[in-house]
Design a protein around this ligand. Structure first.
Ligand code: V47
Ligand code: SF4
Length: 399
């Protein structure tokens, strides 16, 4: 693979097409690129060039700092009213005997299992079920906060919120305020898929539109809160649809500043209605991370979600604009293992995460959900530091 180049080498390269030279100059001067330039990057930019530009931005923003957190997931149900064609995880209501539906007490039992663990965040997301209404989630969030006030609740997406607020006949504004009052701390990035209706109408199974997804995040930000954003890529969408998605996120971020992290989600094709669609290659994944870093100049963080992409690609991504690799997870999510990801029981302890980051020459930093530093592991020595098999163990960026 062509190695990521330094920005000075790229700027001095007169053999590059003019369009790519202009983009490199803009990036060097900290200027924003246009949607047309975004499409040009997807269509024509070589991997070494993209890595060089994305890494320049990453190091300007964060140096070698690479963030992770200690988190776990709760997936209250995999029964869902919707029929997203990419989803391997959900079961329709008529097949509900094949799935799980946790009660309030079941969920609290999961939360209590972590009572003696130094986790800082619970990520709650699952299928959309009629009995999980506004009152159900209000009670749940209140119970979690009563039990463990400092545990950050990153919960649900506009897919669930749009459904439950409509059923309750309340506005998004009122609904999000009620969630905030019940203890919701932030919103994860899920449910975004691809905003463009040409694609969304084919894959998103009748759930909320791109505009509704964006509007709910906007209201949540206006209430003074933070959230994440994702993009499900590598299926039937084109460069135009990806850039349209990034552009809408960039515009909303200009307005509110409420997004923390952008997380590209690679489509995995096992056990779903799109199994005939081939998955993107690692090269495409790295190009996509790099272009996301270049395009989203107003996002602080780009995250590689390791249970979906695998540990080695997560390491490589740290040279292509990524500065966060999510957290410990503790084998608490089924969304990706059911879709064929390599990680069938995703779990890493702190030492695993620190080692993975160090072995590619970066500085491991444990953060909380809001990116406040908990522990800087740069010089930390573990009792039994060892080589982890299967992890890259060389710096992937030339300094
Ligand atoms: O919205 C479902 C995706 C998302 C597949 O905010 C799939 O920190 C690929 O949003 N192939 C849920 N992707 C997960 C999510 C997330 C994950 C990690 C961190 C954060 C965060 C958010 O998973 C869904 C959908 O886009 N998804 N099925 C699949 N077969
Ligand atoms: Fe339901 Fe979410 Fe799966 Fe769509 S992606 S079918 S909304 S669980």
């Amino acid at each position: 693979m062509q190695q990521a180049k330094s920005i000075s080498t790229i700027l001095a390269d007169e053999t590059l097409p003019t369009g790519l030279q202009t983009i490199a100059q803009k990036v060097a001067q900290g200027e924003r690129i246009t949607p047309e330039e975004g499409i040009l990057l997807f269509d024509e930019a070589p991997i070494g060039y993209l890595g060089g530009l994305a890494n320049h931005i990453r190091e300007k923003k964060h140096g070698d700092k690479t963030y992770f957190n200690r988190n776990f997931h709760v997936e209250p149900t995999n029964i869902c009213l919707y029929t997203c064609t990419f989803c391997s995880y959900s079961r329709l209501i008529k097949k509900r005997d094949e799935g799980w539906e946790y009660t309030h007490d079941d969920i609290m039992d999961i939360i209590k299992k972590y009572d003696d663990e130094p986790v800082t965040e619970v990520h709650i997301v699952g299928g959309v079920l009629p009995q999980y209404d506004v009152a159900f989630y209000e009670t749940l969030f209140r119970s979690i906060k009563n039990h463990r006030p400092e545990l950050h609740i990153k919960g649900l997406t506009p897919v669930e919120y749009h459904y439950i607020f409509k059923k309750e006949k309340i506005s998004y504004e009122e609904g999000m305020k009620r969630m905030q009052d019940a203890g919701l701390d932030s919103m994860p990035g899920g449910g975004a898929e691809i905003f463009h209706p040409e694609i969304r109408d084919q894959i998103a199974g009748g759930k909320c539109s791109g505009e509704q997804w964006l509007r709910i995040h906007e209201i949540w930000h206006e209430l003074g809160n933070r959230s994440n954003a994702t993009m499900l890529y590598g299926h039937i969408e084109s460069a135009l649809h990806r850039v349209d998605h990034l552009e809408k996120l960039r515009q909303l971020q200009d307005k509110t500043g409420g997004f923390q992290t952008f997380i590209p989600l690679k489509f995995r094709n096992e056990n779903n209605e799109m199994s005939h669609v081939p998955e993107s290659t690692t090269l495409e994944d790295l190009r996509n991370y790099a272009i996301s870093r270049i395009y989203l100049d107003n996002f602080d963080h780009i995250k590689a979600y390791w249970p979906m992409i695998g540990r080695t690609t997560a390491q490589l991504s740290l040279a292509f604009g990524v500065n966060d690799i999510d957290g410990t997870i503790d084998d608490t999510t089924k969304i990706y293992s059911m879709a064929g990801a390599e990680e069938q029981n995703p779990a890493m302890n702190t030492q695993d995460l620190v080692t993975l980051i160090r072995r590619v020459g970066r500085q491991p930093i444990e953060r909380n959900t809001l990116y406040e530093i908990i522990t800087d592991y740069t010089d930390h020595v573990f009792d039994d530091d060892k080589l982890f098999k299967g992890y890259l163990s060389l710096p992937v960026v030339n300094k």
